[in-house]
Design a protein around this ligand. Structure first.
Ligand code: HEC
Length: 218
């Protein structure tokens, strides 16, 4: 019963987190911006961690079960190789031949006593090689066949978007925006006095009251 609830909790967690991440990717403008949406990253990391932990726990549990079985069969714990699973894993990903078995894969080339082995390509390397092929095909199709945007076009597009967003911001902002287009010189007596007070309060410490320069320049 306990096991049943554990699996139920695990599956619900995976499903809900996965759903939330997909939803966030669809909904948010920059779902992978760490500053704007840290929750997306937290959910992603949690999802991966939980899956990895679950795998680890089941590997360890299986190991334990096998050890118990071996003990039952009369093999002492000292004879059991605790790291067998790791060795198996490494073996699967490298497919390396043990030195004592190298005779099996020796080619009959013999150059001045230098011999050659016919090793399998290590799967970790082979899969990366396949990945580069897939990447290459996608890249070729996207940029050479369908004329995807190059860096300059991408830059110009994002510049145009930024300009549009700025114009939008300016037209909808409730506050009055002061920039080089809208700024005006204030020459009235009261404005000048206020400015002086602001300077004395915030700037005179470094630029001096008469603007003569201290820590800050003249
Ligand atoms: C903590 C000290 C400090 C305060 C306070 C300070 N400044 Fe400065 N300011 C400096 C320094 C130092 C520089 C020179 C920076 C540099 O050259 O990189 C500088 C440079 C400047 C410059 C450029 C001057 C030039 O000739 O290049 C202006 C303009 C300026 N400050 C205005 C202000 C105003 C206005 C205030 C108040 C709102 C202010 N500063 C407050 C230290 C200060």
């Amino acid at each position: 019963m306990k096991k049943y609830f554990q699996s139920l909790a695990y599956i619900s967690f995976i499903a809900i987190t996965f759903y939330a991440i997909i939803k966030a990717i669809k909904l948010y403008k920059n779902p992978f911006s760490l500053y704007e949406n840290p929750l997306v990253w937290i959910a992603l990391v949690a999802l991966i961690l939980v899956i990895l932990l679950k795998e680890l726990v089941s590997i360890v549990a299986q190991q334990k079960a096998e050890e118990l079985q071996l003990e039952k069969d009369g093999i002492t714990p000292e004879e059991i190789d605790r790291w067998a699973w790791l060795k198996n894993l490494i073996n699967q990903w490298t497919q390396a031949k043990a030195i004592e078995d190298e005779g099996e894969i020796e080619l009959d080339h013999n150059y001045d006593g230098i011999k050659e082995l016919d090793n399998n390509l290590p799967p970790w390397w082979l899969y990366m090689f396949y990945a580069t092929m897939i990447f290459g095909v996608i890249y070729l199709i996207k940029y050479e066949v369908f004329n995807g945007d190059n860096q300059i076009v991408e830059y110009e597009k994002s510049l145009a978007t930024a300009k549009r967003e700025l114009a939008n911001f300016k037209s909808t902002s409730k506050e009055t925006i002061v920039d080089f287009e809208t700024v005006t010189v204030l020459t009235g007596e009261s404005d000048l006095n206020r400015g002086k007070a602001v300077f004395n309060l915030n700037c005179a410490a470094c630029h001096l009251k008469d603007g003569g320069g201290g820590i800050g320049p003249i």
